[in-house]
Design a protein around this ligand. Structure first.
Ligand code: UT7
Length: 320
């Protein structure tokens, strides 16, 4: 038995902030952002938190799968921007959708989170522990961005993508994940500082800090490396793959991956122009779009690959 995605859904808040909108308070311009990143606009939430986005994406995925929430045995939300430190966003989703038989918890693997979640449920399914899972990538990064830092805030957007995963004969062929905690300061967001009755200070909350060029160098090397590794380890010819769904971080990273992998850009779908980087939500949002517009056909071979803070990375090869 393996894990198969049987339903997919996505949701982003209504408010759209264009590059032009950013120029009202930031020393930037539409041409720079488009040329350097491929981004034209991003969704930014003013009222719905991470759990609300995750819940709406989950409801859509469940409707797409045509199952009852009570059939779900495990809910995993991949996020680093939960509404509350505890309980988990997954607990919020579980309660909101009525998945009353499910165990629920969050994972933090930044932009690789959706692949990590798939990797985890794949393990549970292969072990025969659970048959039906709900995995969600959900982020409201807008609240942790330093909106005065033009080298980072222009990149990110809010959104959520969810998948219902079920035990089946076909589906995920292999997942591959990794981490390098020695690079944990390349991209991070400080949580509450250690202040308490002994220190007497007031806890401070941090904003996202990013060494963009380091992340860029890592991504253009790591993404082709893990895609090649998963092709090799599964004995899959690169031409046999219909779509390479890569984390939507920067169009130049996608183009570099295309060149290094010798895979044409028409096999690497792109929606970063409208969403920016939605972290762990980017791959399921893309999957949802392609599912709805008919680009994904049953039996297609897909490779998904993500990378992010940690540093983390992950890839999956699966039959749709
Ligand atoms: O999920 C993972 C999340 N993170 C990433 O994927 C980040 C990966 N890195 C990147 O995407 C790129 O490194 C950035 C888009 C963040 C930056 O692009 P870059 O080509 O590496 O630009 P840079 O940092 O080398 O900056 C080039 C110039 C600088 O000006 P000077 O020093 O040459 O005069 C920057 O100050 O561009 C300037 N600049 C901007 N100008 C207008 C930086 N940001 C902006 C901006 N608008 N928003």
């Amino acid at each position: 038995m393996t894990a198969r995605i049987i339903g997919i859904g996505a949701y982003a808040p209504d408010q759209v902030v264009t590059n032009q909108d950013l120029t009202k308070f930031l020393d930037t311009n539409d041409a720079w952002i488009r040329e350097r990143t491929g981004i034209g606009a991003r969704h930014v939430s003013t009222s719905e938190g991470t759990s609300a986005l995750a819940t709406e994406a989950a409801k859509r995925a469940i409707a797409d799968a045509g199952i009852s929430p009570e059939e779900i045995e495990i809910v995993i939300v991949a996020t680093s921007s939960p509404d509350r430190a505890f309980p988990s966003a997954a607990a919020d989703v579980q309660g909101a959708i009525g998945a009353k038989h499910a165990v629920a918890f969050d994972i933090t693997a930044a932009c690789s989170g959706f692949i990590y979640a798939l990797h985890i449920v794949q393990g549970f399914i292969q072990a025969g522990i659970y048959k039906t899972a709900l995995i969600i990538g959900a982020y409201t990064l807008s609240k942790v961005l330093d909106w005065t830092d033009r080298s980072s805030c222009i990149l990110f957007g809010d959104g959520a993508g969810a998948a219902v995963v079920r035990a089946d004969e076909t589906g995920v062929v292999k997942t591959l994940v990794g981490s390098d905690g020695t690079k944990n300061d390349v991209l991070y967001c400080q949580a509450r500082s250690l202040e308490n009755c002994l220190t007497g200070g007031k806890p401070e909350l941090g904003f996202m800090q990013m060494d963009g060029q380091e992340v860029f160098k890592f991504a253009v090397k790591k993404v082709p490396e893990i895609v090649n590794a998963i092709l090799e380890e599964t004995g899959t010819d690169r031409e046999a793959v219909q779509h390479y769904l890569l984390h939507q971080a920067n169009i130049r990273i996608l183009e570099a991956a295309s060149r290094r992998l010798k895979v044409p850009m028409d096999k690497i779908p792109v929606n970063i122009e409208r969403y920016g980087n939605t972290s762990a939500a980017s791959i399921p949002i893309l999957l949802d779009e392609m599912h709805r517009d008919g680009r994904l056909k049953r039996g297609d071979t897909l490779v998904m690959a993500g990378f992010g803070a940690g540093l983390t990375w992950g890839a999956a090869l699966m039959t749709w």
